[in-house]
Design a protein around this ligand. Structure first.
Ligand code: FE2
Ligand code: FE2
Length: 244
């Protein structure tokens, strides 16, 4: 997979695509609006300090385009809030903690923390896309979700290279600690955004469970496990009887 080409193609698609119809306005329940405000702040800072650690060459160029996508998410969420008559907020503690933590880390650790945010975002934007019935909200959330679905394998690819030199037991220990951190973040987000998730039709436990499942899929990618093909279903009736 050539990630730079993927990101360039997506940037070109974005340039040609029409903007969502902001002028039509949007209806956001106050709980959902509050939650979107927090995600908007998070998107604005996402990835920005990654550029300094990305080295050079194709990876740096891809990371710059990745950061541009995250900033576009922040812009679209700000427009969406504006369409719903809701202001944006300056900062939220959860984001401040995340950004400070990431700034202090090297590339591999930063990507590990970032991957947690991306996996949480996957489930959140799916809930936002499916849960309001408002056409503008659905469109904006679907666009962001499509990007996040590429971001997760992009980071996994880099992390796979980053973990390649570690022995299996060390990698298993790192993955274990990483899972604990992910669980903590997922539970915190589920609690903090609980009323919004409830409005969007997703229970807190379902949210956490889905985030964990998506994270396991990401870990499998990093380990290099290919997704197992599903066993073919053979209906019982098709099996010849009495011949065995
Ligand atoms: Fe994003
Ligand atoms: Fe992302």
């Amino acid at each position: 997979m050539n990630w730079l080409r993927e990101f360039e193609a997506e940037a070109e698609r974005r340039r040609r695509r029409e903007e969502p119809p902001w002028a039509r306005g949007a209806r956001l329940h106050p709980d959902v609006a509050k939650s979107v405000q927090r995600f908007q702040v998070g998107e604005a800072g996402d990835g920005a300090n990654l550029i300094a650690k990305a080295g050079g060459g194709d990876y740096l160029a891809a990371v710059e385009l990745f950061v541009a996508e995250e900033q576009n998410h922040a812009r679209m969420l700000a427009e969406l809030l504006n369409a719903a008559g809701v202001p944006t907020i300056e900062q939220h503690w959860s984001d401040t903690v995340f950004v400070r933590l990431r700034r202090a880390l090297g590339l591999r650790l930063e990507l590990m923390v970032l991957l947690i945010a991306e996996v949480v975002a996957l489930r959140y934007y799916r809930a936002l896309r499916d849960g309001t019935g408002d056409p503008l909200v659905t469109q904006v959330a679907a666009r962001i979700l499509a990007d996040e679905e590429r971001h997760v394998p992009f980071h996994c690819h880099r992390l796979r290279i980053g973990f390649a030199g570690l022995s299996k037991p060390v990698r298993a220990a790192v993955f274990g600690a990483w899972r604990v951190l992910l669980l903590g973040v997922a539970v915190t987000v589920a609690a903090d955004h609980g009323p919004a998730l409830h409005r969007l039709g997703v229970g807190r436990l379902v949210f956490v469970a889905d985030v964990l499942t998506a994270f396991e899929t990401a870990l499998a990618r990093i380990r290099g496990d290919e997704p197992k093909p599903k066993p073919r279903y053979v209906p019982k009736r098709a099996r010849p009887r009495g011949l065995v």
